[in-house]
Structures are given as structure tokens and as C-alpha cells.
Design a protein around this ligand. Structure first.
Ligand SMILES: Nc1ncnc2c1ncn2[C@@H]1O[C@H](COP(=O)(O)OP(=O)(O)OP(=O)(O)O)[C@@H](O)[C@H]1O
Length: 410
């Protein structure tokens, strides 16, 4: 344990505060990562106040190297020192054990759900964010193909291109109209109307900065706060009815995951990796970030798996084993392995995802993953049949089990 102390050096001090009063002050200190105050999160096991006004606060961090430590320290000192009768603030640091950590995470998830800002995404919609540790692994191709395959099963599927300045969803889906905005009763700002594309009996509703700016002007958006743009797409878009919302995440950004966890706390994450073991390590980072922002990783998808030539010989161009290794290390199932196939890139170039009407193993794997999502991983819920309390309890059980498993492996 280490200790920090500063002096406010007041001449005639009023009586020191009680430990309860100090706790009251500490309730205004928010852990920036967990989004709740440090007292209700159980991070302050003890507060002692000496007769001479020295306040000693014990703070337990989730991990000893917590990057938020300096912020918390400053906030605690600044706020407690201002309290009349305080001469010094000393902080002793501790680290939570696995059980305490899991308790804090549960509380943080409750808080996140309770304080989630309003979004236009229906509460019964299944939200799946598709992430990868780095660019070029086929994350956008996987997103649009899964979305199209889910629509092919008759679902209404939103696609949010959160890859704000690296967007490729418009091209991959062959949509290039600009999005319109419309005034809607009860909203002070006009709402953005997603672009639509029918797939069989289903419907895709697509939102991308690509529909607001031309592909060439995207670079000008660099100054835009990524999280703000994603927030806007969740809040100011007239999504209407949705069975699924698939979010194409920008590569490797923790900020957007944090923002999503706050706006749509029930978002589940699918991690895309290639078979190369090095890529798998990078993808693991995306999964770790998810864990920190309390998103649950529900599956791993390996893309660019072995290519089979016309003679039926397999070529593992990008190595092998990455998907399986990643799935095992994060404790999530490997949902499928999509082979390298010219039909995938040709479909992307033509704006016609191979999963819609394509033939061949890649199209089949996309469709079978969509089927699995639709029947097992995230079946569509009928809003009239939802037992919200039971559902939430079950959800927490699943999430807690997943975190406990991850903690055991860490
Ligand atoms: N299974 C596959 N077989 C053949 N080509 C593929 C496959 N998956 C993706 N590709 C091709 O690889 C390239 C990169 O794919 P994509 O744009 O989906 O990757 P990404 O991870 O979203 O990249 P970025 O982060 O740069 O947007 C594209 O040209 C795409 O057509």
C-alpha cells in the first residue's frame, strides 16, 4: 500500500467532518471507466477522520495498475479537501479480489442499464457489434453478409457503420443515396432516415457517414469525435422497428466501445479474426477492451480461412488455428470459419453480398451463422411476450458466468 498526503493549512479550523460526511462527499466522485460513484461501487471500504482533521480514505481499485487511479486521486483530494474541518487527505490504495471485482462489475452494469440515455433503437432489438483488433480482416464484409443473411431469414436488420471515416458499408451493399432527415412529432431536431434495401422478405436499414459525405470527403471528418457521431446515429436516427442492429465497429478503438456500452448496455460483441495467430492476439485486445466496457463477447468468427482450389486442395494462405485459439482464450464459441473465396470480394465490389444469393462454402457459412444467431444466440423477442424481470435476471446470470470464466483464465 502507498500513501499520498497534502496539506490545506488552515489557521482556525472548524470541527472535522464525520466519516459519513466524507462518504457523502465521495459519492460525488465518479469512476470515469465504470460510470458510477466510487462509494456505491464499493470502492471505499474505510474512511477515518482524526481529531486534527486528517482524513484517511482507503480506495480499492479493480486492478492495481488501473489507468484511472490518477484521476480518482485528484477528484478525491480536490473534493474532500474543500470540506470544512479537513486539514489533510491521505489515500491508501488497495486492490480488489476476484469476488469484489465481479461484484463491482455487476453494479456498474446495473448502473449503466439504469442510466442509459434514450436511443431510437427499440428495447427489444438484439444489438450485435462486430469488432476486430485491426483493419483489413474482413470485419465490414462479415457485418454486411451477416446482416443480409439475417434479412434473408425475414428479419428487419439495422446496419450502423460506426467506422465513421473508414466506412465501406455503402459500397458493400450497393447503396449510394444520401440519407434524408425528417421532422418527427415529439423531437426537436429532424431525424435521419436510414437508407433501405429489401432482401427477400426481410429489410436492411442502413446508416453510414458515407451517405452524408462522399467517399472522397470522408477525411475531412477526422476532427469529428467518433463517439459523438456514433451517439448521434443511435439517438437521431428514425430506426423504427428492428429485430437486429449490427454495428460495424471501427478497428481497435476503446472509446467507441465505451460509448456503446453506455448508450446500449445490452450490446453483444462478435470478434472477427483471421487464422493467423498474430492476428488473433490483436483481436484479443478488442475482446479485452470489450470486457473493460462491460460488453459481452458472444462469439468469434474466423474470416479468410483456408482457400480450396478447383482440384479440392486446401491452402491455408493466412495460417490456421487463430479463430479456435481466440475463442478458447476468451471463452466464447467459434461461430464459423469463412473461407477465402473470390465470390466474397466480388460480391463486395458489386454491392451484392454473397450471403444473399451466392453459392459456395463462404455463402453457406454466412447463412449458417445467421441461422445460429436467429435461433440460438439472439432469437428475436416478441415485445408482448417479454418477461422483462426474468429476462434481465437471466441476462445477468449469463454475463456474470462469462466474466467469472474470464477472470479465472486471467
Ligand atoms: N472471406 C473472404 N474471401 C475473399 N476476400 C475477402 C474475404 N473477406 C474479406 N475479403 C476482402 O478483403 C478486403 C478487406 O475486407 P473488409 O473491407 O471487409 O475488411 P475490414 O476489416 O472491414 O477492413 P477495414 O477495417 O479496412 O474496413 C476486401 O477487399 C474484401 O472484399
Amino acid at each position: 500500500m502507498v500513501s499520498d498526503a497534502t496539506s490545506t493549512g488552515q489557521a482556525r479550523r472548524p470541527a472535522p467532518p464525520t466519516p459519513e460526511e466524507v462518504r457523502g462527499v465521495l459519492e460525488s466522485v465518479i469512476d470515469p471507466e465504470l460510470g458510477a460513484d466510487i462509494v456505491s461501487l464499493g470502492m471505499v471500504p474505510s474512511v477515518e477522520v482524526a481529531d486534527d482533521g486528517v482524513v484517511t480514505v482507503e480506495i480499492k481499485l479493480t486492478i492495481s495498475g488501473c489507468p484511472m487511479r490518477a484521476d480518482i486521486q485528484k477528484e478525491v483530494k480536490d473534493r474532500v479537501e474543500l470540506h470544512p474541518g479537513v486539514s489533510k487527505v491521505a489515500i491508501t490504495w488497495g486492490e480488489m479480489n476476484a469476488e469484489e471485482r465481479s461484484e463491482v462489475m455487476t453494479k456498474a452494469r446495473w448502473n449503466a442499464r439504469e442510466n442509459a440515455p434514450d436511443t431510437m433503437v427499440p428495447s427489444t432489438c438484439n444489438v450485435l457489434a462486430i469488432a476486430s483488433g485491426k483493419g483489413g480482416v474482413g470485419k465490414s464484409s462479415v457485418t454486411v453478409n451477416l446482416a443480409a443473411a439475417l434479412a434473408g431469414l425475414g428479419h428487419t436488420v439495422g446496419v450502423l457503420d460506426a467506422d465513421i471515416w473508414g466506412f465501406s458499408v455503402p459500397r458493400l451493399l450497393g447503396i449510394d443515396e444520401r440519407m434524408e432527415a425528417e421532422r418527427v412529432d415529439g423531437h426537436d431536431k429532424p431525424l435521419i432516415i436510414p437508407n433501405e434495401r429489401r432482401v427477400g422478405d426481410g429489410l436492411l436499414k442502413v446508416v453510414s457517414t458515407g451517405f452524408l459525405v462522399g467517399e472522397d470527403t470522408a477525411l475531412m471528418w477526422r476532427g469529428l469525435m467518433l463517439t459523438k457521431a456514433v451517439e448521434q446515429f443511435l439517438r437521431d436516427v428514425q430506426w423504427g422497428e428492428l429485430d437486429y442492429l449490427l454495428i460495424d465497429m471501427p478497428p481497435g478503438t476503446g472509446d467507441v466501445q465505451m460509448g456503446l456500452a453506455r448508450m446500449l448496455p445490452k450490446t453483444d460483441l462478435l470478434v472477427v479474426t483471421t487464422p493467423a495467430l498474430a492476428a488473433q492476439k490483436v483481436a484479443q485486445r478488442a475482446a479485452d477492451m470489450a470486457k473493460r466496457s462491460f460488453l459481452k463477447v458472444v462469439g468469434v468468427i474466423e474470416n479468410m480461412s483456408a482457400f480450396t482450389d478447383s482440384a479440392g486442395v486446401e491452402h491455408a494462405l493466412f495460417g490456421s488455428g487463430g479463430g479456435e485459439a481466440l475463442a478458447a482464450s476468451i471463452g466464447a464459441p467459434l461461430l464459423g470459419q469463412i473461407p477465402i473465396e473470390p465470390s466474397v470480394s466480388a460480391g463486395g465490389d458489386a454491392g451484392d453480398p454473397v450471403s444473399i444469393a451466392g453459392v459456395g462454402p463462404a455463402a453457406d457459412v454466412f447463412r449458417s451463422i445467421a441461422e445460429h444467431i436467429s435461433t440460438e444466440l439472439a432469437p428475436v423477442v416478441d415485445p408482448d411476450q417479454v418477461d422483462m424481470a426474468g429476462c434481465t435476471a437471466r441476462l445477468f446470470e449469463t454475463v456474470d458466468a462469462a466474466f467469472a470464466e474470464l477472470d479465472a483464465k486471467a
